[in-house]
Design a protein. Sequence first.
Length: 598
Amino acid sequence: MTQDKRRRRGFSRRNFMQGAAAGAAAAASGALLSGAAHAHNKKKKTPHQDPDLILQDGRIHTMDADGTVASTVAIKDGRFIEVERGRAHLRAGPRTRVVDLRGRTVVPGIIDNHNHLVLMGNRPGHHTPLENAHSLAEALAVLGDRAREVPRDAWITTIGGFHTNHLYANPADKTTGRFPTLAELDSVTPNNPVWLSIGFNGPSVTNSAGRNILNGRVVDGQPINVAADGSISGGGGQSTRALLYLRQTLLNPEERRRSTLDAMKYAASLGVTTHIDQGAFQATNTAADGAAHEDNFTMHFPFLEVYEEGEGLVRLRINFLHMEADDATPELVQRLKNAFPFFGGDLVKTGGIGEFIAQGTAVPGRFLEAARKVARAGWRAEVHSLGRRASLTSAPPDFELEISAFETVNNEFPGIVGSKRWVVAHVPGITQEWIDKFKAIGGSLSLTGWQFLAGNPVTNTLSPYAGPPFRMILNSGINSGMSSDGMQIAPMNPWIHMYYATTGINARGVLINGGQQITRAEVLRLYTRDNGWFLREEDDLGSIEVGKLADLAVLDRDYFSVPNDDLKRIRSIMTVVGGDIVHDAKVLRVERERDDDD
Ligand SMILES: [Zn+2]
């Protein structure tokens, strides 16, 4: 266990012993405040001496209101205590860790305001993200690396988050994406069964070891048919039968806990330090369940256990998804009576109701009544929209029904939409008229680049559908923030979403969101500072400022100057959450007990 993990648990024996020795060492190492504004007694240690961590000589994009680029930050007790354009005034003490950033680009910890991290942490098998593979060969290399680190015979799975569209058989030709074949999978994972599945329901593919286990196996009353090339159909419940089998045979509390830690590690490696989880479709434990199904009443347990043990690496905000076909929405009623919104600590807390408050927006009364219940209880509602208006005479799309219902509720509970920051998410087809209506009642939009994976241009004069229309939304001035909507239909990787928002180009290399591109500075702000507001935590999260929680990511390349294609390849080489180094690619040296008397 690292020292960071012990610190997150609260008490560290090693820290305690170091602390006892620190008094004598302090004078010798010059652990004193040198800032003119702080005239502390030099003999007595004060809480503001001895930063836990100093990062210096970087290009630190603070995302504060003035757009300050700092070079040094000092962190103590989980928060920034100094942010400087030059050298730190605070000196390193005997317990201070010092990182020389060597000019690296640093950004605030990325906040993902809408994803499904909890589903990712409940995947059966050793889930292996393929969202960052930019060719078939890269995907196979990722799987081969994974096979070397998991036990022999253990299942390696990739359940959602990727698409064959970016697994180019010929890297120079973006139309050549396809699944690996059974033989190709065998060549990199000879000793482990493998199963790769797209989106919610497949199609999927397996290798020889997996085919031996799955082919012909009767699950939920019907056999799974695996073709000779390892492929399993996405239709007829074929791929979901395989998924159900893996869930029923592999998942137990210990595996879920391991999978949860894997998901957190992956998030930290991307620099995503805070996640609003948007729940799951309620599992039925049949082949009708896809990758986005889980038990909404138990799936958080492995996460809560990890946090309880002090092992949590990233921050989690838990929304409660309610998608009831019953007009009376009895479970929502009980949730609102028996839970608290925005309740918990800095690492994990509850959020609002979402991304559904009821099943369907077009059922007269049901959606509106559910929204009323959420308002009456004083909670936030977050709903999703994937619709568009296909013609002037077609039925109104979901966002029109949602925003109309929110307008009604906002009149009945004056100002609720603005004061509780109600949200409509995704909005690929939203129009100027409805952006303006929602803005007028204080609404917020969650934007995502999810169309990157499988989006196609749709010729439509009424609204773009490869959206969201980022440019239109930002020009409108409505409150908005950025999200991934990972991990089934979209990647978690925020740098891919930033690529899509700034280029409008999909995984097949086709410009599908032309005229709606925003700048790198704009989308980074949506993912950081604006999302701090989105979380209702703007005093604590979203920018690098004195007093805020010390979350940041040191990037492996300069976000602001790399060519477009390299945006997708950006990774964090060091991620800090609450002053703890939760991801360290070992590129930078972390020095301790530094003698700094220059
Ligand atoms: Zn979602």
